[in-house]
Write a protein of this length. Structure first.
Length: 249
């Protein structure tokens, strides 16, 4: 991926404003794009049912659309993980680590094994929604998130970790309580990310709000398209893999 440095860096900077803002329908459904150079970037989508794709008609989550956008931008990517969900023949890579109903602590219990097996270069982390269901669950969630990020960076120090503020929620009839817990958690995320070093990046998925939900917690396909665009912009802005690794520099 070091070959992406130089000319490709300038190309990706321009494409970030185009590829990441087009509607899903405008993205080539075949997944074909410009010629890709170097070994594929191993990307692990990590989280709960939102990463899995609940609320999407095809269980695609943001993943299928993101894969196509990145390929159109000329990136060679390989999504990795032990779970597969999404439509067959989608022209995209369906591997991920999205686990419906899981909280931050449950992800942490299995994380070391996944990182050792799949060796991601990039982790897309959207987790915490299931910790927000009650005040008791939400207590300490920001600390657990910080520890989880530290777990990733300790195991994969050369990887880039993109950490999402979590999407909005509905908690009918008591919508306010759930959203207040989400807001408090999201307010802590930027500081957590900033404390974890230059390879940890913030992505603001709180921009996906209750108007973009299929139910009380999960985005609809339009909401997932928003998530895809936000991940895409962050990835093309940072261009993980463009910098030479210690072994090749």
């Amino acid at each position: 991926m070091a070959r992406l440095a130089g000319g490709m860096s300038a190309v990706l900077a321009v494409l970030a404003g185009v590829v990441c803002t087009v509607s899903p329908a405008a993205v080539d459904a075949s997944g074909d794009g410009p010629a890709q150079a170097g070994a594929p970037l191993r990307i692990m989508p990590l989280g709960d049912s939102i990463t899995f794709g609940s609320g999407s008609r095809t269980k695609s989550s943001y993943r299928v659309d993101l894969y196509r956008r990145l390929v159109r931008a000329g990136m060679a990517v390989d999504f990795v993980g032990s779970v597969r969900s999404g439509p067959a023949g989608a022209g995209a890579d369906l591997d991920h680590e999205g686990h419906p109903g899981w909280r931050i602590g449950q992800i942490a219990e299995r994380l070391d094994g996944w990182l050792a097996i799949y060796r991601p270069d990039v982790v897309l982390l959207h987790i915490g929604t299931n910790d927000m269901h009650t005040d008791a669950r939400a207590a300490g969630a920001a600390d657990r998130l910080s520890a989880l990020i530290g777990q990733i960076t300790a195991a994969r120090p050369e990887a880039h970790v993109f950490v999402g503020r979590i999407v909005g929620a509905q908690d009918a009839p008591d919508h306010g309580a759930q959203q207040r817990r989400v807001n408090a958690f999201n307010a802590a995320v930027p500081g957590i990310v900033a404390a974890r070093g230059p390879r940890v990046h913030l992505v603001d998925h709180s921009l996906v709000d209750e108007a973009d939900l299929a139910d009380k917690l999960h985005p609809d396909d339009g909401g997932y398209a928003k998530m895809s665009a936000l991940w895409c912009r962050a990835l093309l802005r940072v261009r993980p893999g463009a910098e030479p690794s210690p072994a090749t520099s």
